[in-house]
Design a protein around this ligand. Structure first.
Ligand SMILES: [Fe+2]
Ligand SMILES: [Fe+2]
Length: 321
């Protein structure tokens, strides 16, 4: 269900939407025991082991984010109950999905990568590191967090997809591919929540655009994670993408798996698609997104932001001639 506000306006109740979520969840569920049943690792290459080292840690950090979205969603829904009942329903739906399905599905990922890492002879994540990765997720603007999580799911989708395409080991391929398919759905859910929060008037367009912009801006965007010169002090929460290891380190990832070539361009194009899906504003480059974001600081009108993007692109093309 990608158009929550239309469904609610057409008469759907919170329970109707949650029933659709439950059906979809049941339809898509898979079992870690069945995935691993009787299987062995044949040829875990150094790149496979490096990818596992990262994926296992990344998955640990979804639990605190899921708890935060569940708790804060309900809290905000109660605050908006009188002033914006439609927005309050959207928040109840997002909070329930986070508490029920997102957390449960991410548990599958955490356990799967943990098992695979053990089979590949990579040391298990130590107690203190596990505890560190459960640091509390901070409270922030709910729409921005939905966009942030959509971007994080994109990182996971693209990275896991890359491993599943390049590995020579059938079990590594199946595990990464299976998890990747869940991450695609998670991205979609977060985009639908961000869209619904804007459409129901809980947050303006600028909150969606600012987070997407913050994620990909070439001068220090979040997607550049560990390669940035300065890292922000996170006070308890671990942003796993700030701890990616490069090629020269133990379990380091090569440039092709990080910020070069097809992996990087897939991440960017998926963020542009996210913006279009959540706001209805078409952007196909970082420059477009910047124009859209800057225009959204002056207006919340979709058409005016669209025309600012178009005018900016035309001006740039004229200057290039
Ligand atoms: Fe995951
Ligand atoms: Fe996910």
């Amino acid at each position: 269900m990608t158009d929550i506000v239309s469904e609610l306006r057409a008469g759907a109740t919170i329970s109707d939407v949650l029933r659709a979520q439950q059906s979809y969840h049941e339809y898509r569920r898979w079992s870690t025991d069945e995935l691993f049943d009787g299987r062995r690792l044949d040829r875990p290459a150094p790149e496979d082991r490096a990818a596992l080292w990262h994926a296992a840690r990344a998955e640990l950090t979804t639990q605190p984010a899921g708890i935060r979205l569940a708790v804060d969603g309900v809290k905000l829904a109660h605050e908006l109950r009188e002033s914006n009942p439609l927005g309050a329903d959207v928040l109840h739906i997002a909070a329930a999905w986070s508490a029920r399905y997102w957390l449960e599905e991410e548990a599958h990922h955490e356990v799967s990568f943990g098992r695979l890492m053990e089979m590949a002879g990579v040391d298990p994540i130590g107690h203190d590191e596990v505890v560190d990765h459960r640091g509390p997720f901070p409270t922030d603007n709910y729409a921005r967090v939905c966009v942030l999580q959509a971007c994080v799911e994109i990182e996971a989708c693209v990275s896991y997809g890359f491993v599943s395409r390049t590995t020579e080991d059938p079990l590594v391929r199946d595990v990464f591919h299976t998890v990747m398919k869940d991450e695609v759905q998670h991205r979609q859910y977060f985009v639908s929540f961000a869209k619904a929060l804007v459409e129901s008037g809980v947050y303006p367009l600028k909150d969606v655009l600012s987070m997407a912009y913050t994620w990909i801006r070439p001068d220090g965007g979040e997607t550049y994670g560990s390669s940035r010169e300065a890292q922000t002090d996170r006070q308890g929460y671990v942003n796993w993408w700030e701890h990616l290891r490069g090629g020269e380190e133990e379990f380091g990832l090569g440039d092709v798996a990080l910020h070069e070539g097809s992996v990087h361009s897939r991440k960017l194009s998926s963020v542009f698609a996210l913006v279009r899906e959540a706001t209805g504003i078409a952007v196909t480059s970082y420059e477009d997104l910047k124009r859209a974001y800057f225009a959204s600081l002056r207006t919340n009108d979709v058409d005016r932001i669209r025309s600012a993007v178009r005018r900016g692109a035309e001006k740039e093309a004229a200057l290039a001639r």
